[in-house]
Design a binder for this molecule. Structure first.
Ligand code: AMP
Ligand code: ZN
Ligand code: FE
Ligand code: FE
Length: 283
């Protein structure tokens, strides 16, 4: 499909279908209010918010790219793959995301049990912070700790008891980034590595493997990217004519990230739409 995009685009937003704090329709409403004309809903490992976001986007006159932020792991390092306009009924990709969602439940329960050795927090506290069928994550545990008055913010929880170096931490199973990029491609979608130049850089060999696997590009506009890391990846972009995006990674009240704080060039949005065959943007 081909579509003319005008105006600011923010292609990385979370709702309470994962660890954002607002329902999809509210995220869309706020995006419209913030002056955005094109958005993507990219909840972690789920398409649960697509229908609600589509209805709200049509009503507000926004262009919506349905998407997801798929959890992956390279040698123990967490890598997030933004996937756009894939077929939501593609069997392999749906199963991959369902496996990660399921594993996240047991993992969150284990972290909570570990915390409960020293802190007054229960699994029911955590479940109370997580919308039905939402992809659960450490932010929901953080919210339970806040509700109990143990920490003041998600940030404080992530710097302390939920930090990967904390004795309470447990990781979850995840496919490799190459597996995700291949599956997203087979599902007709476009993959962009999220916040690729923050803490923990992918080695050159892995970047080349991702490009060989059909990677679309990199989210170079993101508050967690460093200038040096961004410059390094820009060289791959130039050499391989990759797509570059910029986005907020909005999580509602769960993170300080503001809607539209980074945006994507309309020409890049149009490239994503032209390259994708799995589903159409909502207009
Ligand atoms: P998990 O998926 O359970 O490993 O948790 C990672 C999620 O927590 C990511 O989606 C981040 O958006 C969120 N997150 C990471 N660090 C922070 C922080 N300091 N404050 C708020 N949210 C965070
Ligand atoms: Zn998140
Ligand atoms: Fe992420
Ligand atoms: Fe995100």
């Amino acid at each position: 499909m081909s579509l003319k995009i005008a105006g600011p685009a923010d292609l990385h937003l979370h709702s309470d279908c994962s660890d954002g704090t607002e329902p999809p329709a509210e995220v869309v409403r706020r995006a419209h209010e913030a002056g955005l004309s094109t958005i993507a809903l990219t909840d972690h490992d789920t398409v649960a918010g697509w229908d609600e976001a589509a209805r709200a986007s049509r009503a507000a006159g926004l262009v919506l790219l349905p998407g997801a932020e798929v959890s992956a792991k390279h040698r123990g390092m967490s890598v997030h793959v933004l996937a756009y306009l894939f077929d939501p009924d593609h069997t392999a990709l749906s199963r991959t995301m369902a496996r990660v969602r399921d594993d996240r439940v047991g993992r969150a329960e284990r972290i909570t049990r570990n915390l409960a050795r020293d802190l007054p927090v229960t699994w029911d506290d955590v479940l109370a912070q997580c919308a039905d069928d939402a992809t659960i994550g450490r932010p929901h545990i953080a919210d339970a700790l806040i509700a109990r008055g143990i920490v003041a913010s998600r940030e404080e929880a992530f710097a302390g008891p939920l930090h990967p170096a904390s004795p309470y931490y447990v990781s979850h199973a995840a496919p490799t980034p190459v597996e995700v990029v291949e599956e997203v491609g087979r599902a007709g979608g476009v993959s962009i590595i999220a916040h690729p130049a923050g803490r923990g850089a992918l080695p050159d060999g892995e970047i080349r493997s991702l490009i060989d696997a059909g990677l679309g590009g990199f989210e170079l506009g993101h508050r967690e990217n460093t200038p040096a890391g961004t410059a390094r990846l820009q060289r791959y972009v130039d050499e391989h004519d990759l797509i570059v995006t910029g986005s907020s990674d909005y999580h509602g009240a769960g993170k300080p990230n503001r809607l539209g704080e980074n945006t994507t060039d309309p020409a890049m949005v149009e490239r994503i739409i032209r390259a994708a065959t799995g589903s159409d943007p909502v207009v």
